[in-house]
Design a protein around this ligand. Structure first.
Ligand SMILES: [Zn+2]
Ligand SMILES: [Zn+2]
Length: 288
């Protein structure tokens, strides 16, 4: 079987210097940002975090593009994907390929970021080594053929790094360099760690509603940081469900927003797993 597991030794060990340098620089600038607090800078960080993390990564890259939990018109799909590029987690094609590999091979050596290979590795080590975040074309074609066929997605995936630069220029003109420090650098570092915590923490700490074959957990703290993505055990049990928080206390901002988009007629065929109905219908099937 041709997949990412068949990379040769040297490729799997290769250090991704551009990624390592960029992430290090962003962390330094995020520390500098702490000396330039203002309410407007905080607001800039919160708004860009919401756009990138919720609309882009959570609703766009994850629930729509990777798992197709709802249907959206092309313009909205591109818009959500564009919001995702602000999150600087590579383009949609690499993101979706990596994430589909994660679901297909969870907690095995083919999983791009399993804590079985170390907590640090699952959190951020995996983006600095090998090609888990920069797969070759054959792997992309195999795991994200739907997106590879779409020229707009291919183009946006190639130039995803332009969006944060444009955002920096806009924020500079609105609020000066201190707003860039908050709205780009600090927000980016918080956004990265929030997403990375889904890969590390929610495969280590939290509760398990479903006896899935992986170690996924539901973690309210991570869900709060990721607009609902932290209900990760629910998600691994029912990957296609656009609804990750399954009870009233499992707050899921991304799901509420998808329901809102459905209500105003922008998205359709929204699939949300309903725990009550399932429990009544098949009381002993939960662990399946
Ligand atoms: Zn997972
Ligand atoms: Zn997923």
């Amino acid at each position: 079987m041709q997949n990412v597991a068949h990379i040769n030794e040297s490729e799997s060990e290769k250090i991704q210097w551009v990624t390592l340098t960029t992430v290090t620089l962003f962390h330094v600038m995020a520390l500098v940002a702490l000396f330039y607090f203002s309410w407007s800078n905080l607001l800039a960080a919160l708004v860009t975090w919401w756009i990138a993390g919720s609309w882009g990564i959570g609703m766009g890259y994850h629930r729509l593009l990777t798992h197709r939990g709802f249907k959206a018109p092309k313009w909205l799909e591109y818009f959500l994907s564009f919001c995702g590029t602000l999150g600087l987690q590579s383009g949609a094609i690499n993101w979706v390929t990596t994430h589909r590999l994660h679901h297909a091979f969870t907690e095995t050596d083919e999983d791009p970021h399993s804590p079985h290979n170390g907590t640090y590795w699952a959190h951020m080590g995996w983006i600095f080594r090998g090609k888990a975040q920069n797969q070759d074309e054959a792997t992309q074609l195999r795991y994200a053929p739907d997106l590879m066929k779409d020229k707009v997605h291919v183009w946006m995936s190639n130039y995803y790094w332009v969006t944060p630069i444009v955002a920096a220029v806009i924020l500079y003109y609105i609020g000066g360099f201190s707003m860039v420090l908050w709205g780009v650098f600090l927000r980016q570092v918080i956004g990265w760690h929030s997403t990375w915590l889904v890969n590390s923490a929610t495969h280590l700490w939290g509760s398990r509603r479903f006896e899935t074959r992986d170690d996924s957990r539901n973690n309210g703290l991570i869900a709060a940081l990721t607009f609902g993505e932290g209900w990760h055990n629910n998600h691994h049990a029912h990957p296609r469900s656009a609804k990750h928080g399954l009870t009233w206390y499992e707050f899921d901002v991304n799901w509420l927003q998808i329901k809102f988009l459905e209500k105003i007629g922008l998205v359709s065929d929204v699939y949300g797993y309903e725990i009550e109905k399932q429990v009544q219908a098949e009381p002993f099937q939960e662990a399946a």
